[in-house]
Ligand binder design. Structure first.
Ligand code: HEC
Length: 304
């Protein structure tokens, strides 16, 4: 009887605890659900849904240029999930991915000893963490990105910080992304506290805020605009937009981090991007990553 009672009380306190632990992401879960619903409806049949989603696109292109019937997980490869012509090129490049040797280089960086005998492996004993960042650090009460965590590891071991955008940083992250993908792990972002919820909300606000002369927000292009053609590329969707970083861009002739890609994107609009290790950048990434929760990590990847 006593053990039964004990068991029951352990169970109820566990239920209470888990209820408590998840309540801060109620809104975020709702946001994500709506986003999935929006993209599935939009790419169910772009031609048929022209009036709702693509009023200004040429009919020919809507008829022939898009994959149809897309579901949540299909969006993991960005605009290649629906852009038919670009997808063919993408698949051809992926047969001999230009980043392949970088994964080994990244693994070397992982175990290479610092002057004090430690290594990145000391800070990150498990390399399959690509889906766990950015995370909300409940002690420091702030969001920490993967790039910032790596640089903090270097600095706390008296090593020099790395450039957040390319070089060793991108190479090492390629190894982490690859290890995470190999382990078949998914984007797994948590919102554990009230402060975390507020950080998420600020990131979301940044994403939806219109800026600059043209009054563009990230959402203008990557939600409402997703699928539309800008110059010779179709715009990628927020959903699944950051599951595949770092990427090898043909334009760069090398690997770059998510920070590099995003800063470039913001600059293209004539605006000043948030600094790589700023609160604004961290919280923006936190929101974006949450929107891709439950989607498999599939980096590194290639882009034009
Ligand atoms: C004027 C339209 C426009 C706006 C506004 C815009 N972007 Fe982009 N973005 C693009 C284009 C074009 C590309 C390249 C094609 C693609 O993958 O979408 C791109 C690419 C990206 C990528 C890379 C996607 C991938 O799969 O490689 C990310 C991430 C991104 N943008 C984030 C943002 C964020 C965050 C904002 C707001 C701060 C933003 N963008 C605002 C047009 C825009």
């Amino acid at each position: 009887m006593l053990t039964r009672l004990l068991k029951a009380s352990v169970l109820t306190s566990f239920a209470f605890f888990s209820l408590n632990a998840t309540q801060f992401d109620v809104q975020a879960q709702k946001d994500k659900k709506e986003l999935v619903k929006y993209f599935e409806a939009k790419f169910q049949d772009p031609y048929k849904n022209k009036n709702t989603f693509f009023p200004y696109s040429p009919e020919e292109e809507l008829k022939d240029g898009y994959e149809k019937g897309l579901k949540h997980m299909d969006f993991g490869i960005g605009s290649y999930s629906y852009a038919k012509d670009a997808k063919e090129q993408y698949e051809a490049i992926k047969e001999f991915p230009p980043y392949e040797d970088k994964i080994e280089d990244g693994e070397e960086l992982y175990t290479k000893e610092f002057a004090n005998g430690n290594s990145l492996k000391t800070c990150f004993p498990d390399p399959t963490i690509g889906g766990d960042y950015p995370y909300f650090d409940t002690n420091r009460k702030e969001v920490i990105s993967l790039t910032t965590a790596i640089n903090e590891c270097l600095e706390s071991n008296n090593e020099k910080k790395w450039n957040a955008k390319k070089g060793k940083m991108a190479t090492f992250q390629a190894f982490l992304a690859y290890s995470t993908a190999e382990a078949q792990k998914k984007m797994n972002i948590k919102i554990p506290t009230k402060e975390a919820q507020e950080a998420y909300e600020r990131g979301k606000e940044y994403y939806y805020t219109q800026r600059g002369y043209l009054k563009l927000s990230c959402a203008t292009c990557h939600i409402q605009g997703a699928g539309q053609r800008v110059r010779n590329e179709k715009l990628s969707p927020l959903l699944g937009q950051i599951t595949h970083f770092p990427v090898y861009r043909l334009k760069w002739g090398g690997l770059g981090t998510l920070e590099r890609r995003m800063s470039g994107c913001v600059k293209d609009q004539g605006q000043v991007p948030p600094k790589n290790d700023s609160k604004q950048m961290h919280e923006l990434l936190y929101f974006m990553a949450y929107m891709s929760n439950d989607m498999p990590i599939d980096g590194p990847d290639v882009r034009k």
